[in-house]
Write a protein that binds this ligand. Sequence first.
Ligand SMILES: Nc1ncnc2c1ncn2[C@@H]1O[C@H](COP(=O)(O)OP(=O)(O)OP(=O)(O)O)[C@@H](O)[C@H]1O
Length: 249
Amino acid sequence: MTMGISGIDTLRRRIQTDATRTGGQRMATKLETERLTRVVGGDRIVDGVSISVSEGDVLAVLGPSGSGKSSLLRLLNRLDEPTDGTVFLDGTDYRDLPPREVRRRIGIVPQSPALRDGTVFENVTIGPRLRGETVTDGTVEELLGRMNLDGYADRDVADLSGGEAQRVAIARTLVTEPEVLLLDEPTSSLDSSSEERVEALLEGLVRETDLTTVLVTHDESQARRLADRVALLEDGRLESVGPVSEVMA
Ligand SMILES: Nc1ncnc2c1ncn2[C@@H]1O[C@H](COP(=O)(O)OP(=O)(O)OP(=O)(O)O)[C@@H](O)[C@H]1O
């Protein structure tokens, strides 16, 4: 049997995945970056970052302002294009997948998500509707319930508090049932009581659904509460990565 370069890569990846076992339990690699790099105007805003996230794990990305956290997140679902390096989703190079499929499977809640004029229902279902798909009322109600927004479907988003709007934005990302969730500072714009509430919802969500998650945060204590592993960025480069207990000892 002959094997092309991509076949060898896939095999190598499978062997690596098999090697990642804890207590005999297999931890499949869901998302892996390989020397991921983005150069803008001569600046290496993301510089050779190689990290992997196991299925169901929460990876927090920490680092000073301007260290490239948001830029890294935007590369993970190809909202921005890497200048060099790539991302593997379930072992497949994402450049071999249609960008639309990548963005459906890897959902992002941006730092300051803008809602469109209209109702909560219209906002939550906007992605599927743009693709000509329908979402049932029941699905939306269930999602809103999960975000503690029971009965909000017909509300005008103009009347929502910041915390409620953020939860609508999260529901809007979850409606496509992503396999990986990217969260960019999900609570940074909220007052402390909304922050606690949104964080508790996110914690419940990622623990109950085993959703593979990458969380950008400047808040070390939030990283400790939510994450299994932490990646520290500095000037676009990966300074360290590992379990929370080791990296943030
Ligand atoms: N589109 C862009 N064009 C040029 N430079 C950019 C662009 N996006 C980001 N940068 C620069 O890249 C660097 C990293 O920015 P980024 O927003 O990723 O950092 P961050 O760690 O998320 O910061 P913060 O914590 O303040 O949100 C900064 O110097 C920023 O000015």
